[in-house]
Design a protein around this ligand. Structure first.
Ligand code: SPQ
Length: 427
């Protein structure tokens, strides 16, 4: 379904609470299913990706009830899971697919997992290589590197693994497999990536040690049930932050947004660009969160690269759009990982923003944007990628003329009420 947007110089005002963090929601269900007993999750993201995770565990015999953001997981523990009779379908979700590989590798049964066309193109070798070193028996398409994959669960052994790319999904898959491995597994990260798995495993009673870039975890540990309160997703909030920054006169507040430092790279970048915002920290156990007030701001270009990249990787499409409104040049580099997301997010962002008249060029590992540029209306493609769809919708706030976006349903992967919340703030 395509959607035509004709916002005509809107001003955004008001308070919103964006949906729960996608990364944390997936993990809450997974860890609840691995623990023996009852886990309650509040603030769960009822987006398509996280619902896929719930479906997969239901197929393994775990009792899960979901009512909006409230999820109850009741499990007799991993040893009581049953062999799935049907293929586990992970839809568009890289997190479900990659973390499940780590979990399924150490079970005692056979399973087959597949996703949509986008998942079928995303590299699984980055997870399968270390898992195979641990003794995992996993077959896949094209020499074992793409979905569909067939997993024959096995007893695994610990490894020491230096990760070639900074990826929370790879790190998490190894950590989860390590729980069912004999011995102590060591993981060395090149640059820190989001640490929700490490934080939540400890909430579920797992012991792990961390020193600089090294994480150690011993096998044969049982998870203990816990209750999880999921904060708002900063990667979803990013689109509202960007909307407020570019729509003249805007002043909005985003309540209870997750502020885990491994995710707040966007805040460092917009600060360097001159954004006018404040954070008021919230009390609460587990992951940190804050209320963020952000206003329309005159921005300047900046350089985005190095260790900040994993801390804002999913926000780059939005930051590229924001950079078209900043005075001067913005250079985004060291972000080649964007090429293996739901789509090639470097080529897709550059192609779509050019249609709006932006001065933007792709590089091998990022893009270069000159601004400010007045944007025109156009027909844009989402590539079935939620982050591209939302970037296009935020762009529509400041274009001369309407923007039509194809396949907007894909936004439901991470932000089902995106248009409702965006439009509720238009004055
Ligand atoms: O789950 P999926 O499809 O991989 O989602 C994305 C996204 O834009 O929402 C990436 F396409 O987020 C990843 C993120 O880029 C979610 C994630 C996680 O929950 O562990 C980690 C990041 O990926 P990676 O490859 O750096 O580990």
């Amino acid at each position: 379904m395509s959607k035509q947007l004709n916002y005509m110089s809107p001003v955004l005002n008001g308070n919103i609470k964006v949906p729960g963090d996608k990364s944390i929601s997936h993990r809450a269900v997974m860890f609840g299913a691995m623990a023996q007993g009852k886990t309650e999750v509040t603030g769960f993201l009822a987006g398509e990706d996280c619902l896929r995770t719930i479906d997969c565990f239901r197929q393994l015999g775990v009792q899960i009830t979901q009512d909006g953001g409230h999820v109850t997981v009741e499990s007799e523990g991993m040893n009581a899971w049953r062999e799935p009779a049907e293929v586990l379908y992970t839809g568009n979700s890289g997190t479900t697919t990659r973390l499940m590989l780590g979990i399924l590798a150490g079970t005692g049964f056979h399973s087959i997992m597949t996703g949509d066309a986008s998942i079928g193109k995303r590299p699984m070798n980055r997870v399968l290589n270390p898992l195979r070193e641990m003794g995992a028996d996993i077959r896949g398409r094209e020499g074992g590197q793409y979905t569909p994959v067939a997993v024959q669960g096995k007893t695994l052994k610990a490894i020491e693994y230096t990760m070639p790319v900074a990826s929370a999904q790879v790190k998490s898959a190894i950590l989860l497999a390590a729980l069912n491995a004999e011995g102590t597994t060591t993981i060395i990260e090149p640059v820190p990536s989001r640490n929700h798995t490490e934080i939540m495993l400890q909430t579920f009673g797992v012991q792990l040690s961390q020193e600089d870039s090294k994480i150690e975890i011993s096998g044969d540990q049982q998870l203990k049930t816990a209750n999880v309160e999921v904060p708002g997703d900063i990667s979803s909030a990013a689109f509202m932050i960007g909307a407020a920054l570019v729509a003249e006169g805007s002043d909005i507040t985003i309540e209870q947004m997750g502020t885990n430092p491994t995710r707040t790279g966007i805040l460092d970048v917009i600060k360097a660009m001159g954004a006018d915002f404040e954070l008021v920290e919230r009390d609460g156990a587990g992951e940190p969160s804050a209320d963020m007030t952000i206003r329309y701001s005159k921005l300047v270009g900046t350089e985005i690269g190095g260790a900040v990249i994993p801390r804002l990787i999913d926000e780059i499409p939005l930051l590229a759009l924001v950079a078209t409104q900043a005075e001067g040049t913005t250079v985004i580099k060291d972000a080649e990982e964007l090429r293996v997301k739901e789509t090639d997010r470097i080529d897709a962002v550059v192609t779509e923003l050019k249609k709006l008249g932006a001065d933007i060029e792709a590089t091998t590992d990022g893009m270069v944007i000159n601004g400010p540029t007045k944007l025109n209306g156009a027909k844009l493609a989402s590539y079935g990628d939620h982050r591209l769809g939302m970037m296009a919708a935020v762009a529509a706030l400041i274009t001369d003329g309407p923007v039509e976006i194809d396949d907007v349903e894909c936004i439901a992967v991470s932000y089902p009420n995106f248009f409702e919340q965006l439009e509720s703030m238009i004055r």
